[in-house]
Structures are given as C-alpha cells and as structure tokens.
Design a protein around this ligand. Structure first.
Ligand SMILES: N[C@@H](CCC(=O)N[C@@H](CS)C(=O)NCC(=O)O)C(=O)O
Length: 282
C-alpha cells in the first residue's frame, strides 16, 4: 500500500499538480509536498528537480506562484516542492517566530533540545523524500537536480555540495549564501546545533564550496539588486563568490537589476533555471 495520502490533484499544462502528505520517519511527524508531473510522465520516466522554499513558506508558495509548470512540461521534468519544516509537533512556541521552528527548518538536522526529535530537514530532503518520490512516481533513477530560494537556496546549495554524486545540478534564487555569517543563520544554528561552530560549517554553502566537491559543474545563482534581505546582509552572495573565485569553482552569479526578493523575481527567471538544469538532467 502507498505511504502517500493524496490531498488534491489538478490538471496543469497537460500534466498534473498533486499535493501529498505522509508520515515522515526521520522527522517523526507528517510532512507535505507537491509534485508536478509533466505530460511525458504518462508514457515514460522523467528526470526530477527538487525545489526548496524560503522562510514562512509551505509546499504551496512555489507551486502556485513561480509559474514553473509551463517550462517543466516543455522540457519533461518532474518538480517536487516540500514544506519547509515539520509542523504541529507539540514543541512549545514552535510557531512563535517566523525565523525559527515552523516554516524555518533551515534544512539542518537539529541536535539540540527541543528541536532534535522532529527538525531533521537535511536527512528528510537528501534521503527520505527522494526515496519516497522515486519509488512512487515515474522518475529516471539518478536523474535529479535541486534548486531553491533564500533559506531554500541555502538548502539546495548545501545538499548538492555535500552530495555531489547524488545531485547532477544545482541553482538558487537569492540564497542565504553564508549561513553562519548572517543574523538568520547565527540564530538558527545556535538553536538547532548549539554553540559548537565546527558543526555549523557543514551547513554553510561558502564553507562547503571550499571542499571542492562541485568543481566540474557550474552553479547558477540569480540575485535581485533591490532585495531588502541583500541590503540587510542576510544573503551575502559576495562571500560565496569570493570562495568560488579562490578555488576555481565555476559560478554564474547574475545580479538582476531592480528585482526584489519575491516570487515575481523567481517567476521572471524560472525558465532560465530549468534550462540550466536541463543540461545535466536530459
Ligand atoms: N516575514 C518575513 C519575510 C518572509 C519572506 O520574505 N519569506 C520569503 C522567503 S525568505 C517568501 O518566499 N515568502 C513567501 C511568499 O512570498 O510567498 C519578514 O517580514 O521579514
């Protein structure tokens, strides 16, 4: 019997958008995600792209606002968008702050109480979710890429850089590019991992780049110049760019004039990102 519960399904660009939930073993809680299957998936297996969203998002924001489905249908790529954290776990004050707890899993495996029993988003994204998705849907084994926005751009980068053979491609929109150097990251890492800053490096894209795991493939990043979080030093793409330069990592960091942090920015460049991933997936 399938482990998945289908909550709703919608025809879209000749394929379908479906919302599912399931009991996650690693998060010890129900988790939700959306799936876009392109029309090609009716007759043959297709590659898959995982999209990780930012703070306060659920599986729905990207699914309804990015406009990803048209290009994904044209290229024949499945898209999976998971929620950004477990929810309703019973942890006290889980919903109190927008940048910690619900909607703010930061794609780490928490080691600290009270978070560690449920907030295991790194393992969820790189292990449990792909195993489930790739056993339940018509996906070509091994043909997977990952991308994301803001906190999810950070998530996509760290998942790819730590698993360079598992993911074939990576890109990001306005990622938190140096988690341990920004205010969001310092707060989240302290609560989820504690004060041992050596553990923090495993979740910091700028630190991980220096391990030279991704050298043979380019990374695409788009960053709006009018993004308020860029001005607030929460994103720090210049730190990632410096590290890439130092080690010879190919990086296509595009500053997009006048764009902000919103899904209007994402929807403006989503087709370019799918085209980037297509080089490695198809
Ligand atoms: N609520 C937060 C910002 C939250 C936010 O901008 N979240 C971004 C990701 S970092 C997002 O995608 N929001 C949901 C949306 O635009 O649909 C604040 O006011 O500082």
């Amino acid at each position: 019997m399938s482990q998945l519960q289908l909550n709703s399904q919608h025809r879209c660009f000749g394929g379908s958008v479906s919302y599912y939930q399931h009991d996650s073993q690693v998060c010890n809680a129900p988790m939700r995600f959306s799936v876009f299957l392109p029309p090609q998936a009716k007759t043959s297996a297709v590659p898959v792209l995982y999209f990780l969203s930012g703070l306060t998002c659920t599986e729905e924001n990207f699914t309804v606002k990015s406009g990803v489905q048209g290009k994904a249908a044209e290229l024949g790529i499945a898209i999976i968008a998971p929620d950004t954290s477990p929810r309703h776990t019973g942890i006290p004050d889980e919903d109190k702050e927008y940048d910690l707890g619900s909607g703010a899993g930061f794609y780490v495996n928490a080691t600290q109480s009270p978070w560690q029993q449920h907030y295991q988003m790194y393992s969820y994204v790189v292990e449990e979710l792909p195993q489930l998705v790739e056993s339940e849907f018509p996906i070509i084994p091994g043909k997977r890429g990952i991308f994301g926005h803001s906190m999810g751009g950070h998530g996509a980068l760290i998942c790819a850089l730590r698993n360079p053979n598992f993911y074939l491609s990576v890109s990001a929109f306005a990622p938190i590019a140096a988690l341990k150097q920004c205010a969001w990251g310092k707060k989240a890492l302290t609560h989820y991992l504690g004060d041992n800053q050596q553990l923090w490096d495993d979740y910091d894209a700028t630190e991980l780049i220096k391990r030279k795991t991704w050298l043979d493939k380019p990374i695409l990043i788009d960053q709006g110049t009018e993004d308020n979080f860029l001005a607030q030093q929460q994103l720090l793409p210049e730190e990632l760019a410096k590290a890439c330069e130092q080690i010879g990592q190919p990086l296509n960091l595009r500053y997009q004039e006048g764009y902000d942090h919103s899904y209007f920015f994402i929807s403006s460049f989503i087709a370019d990102h799918l085209q980037h991933h297509k080089q490695f997936l198809i």
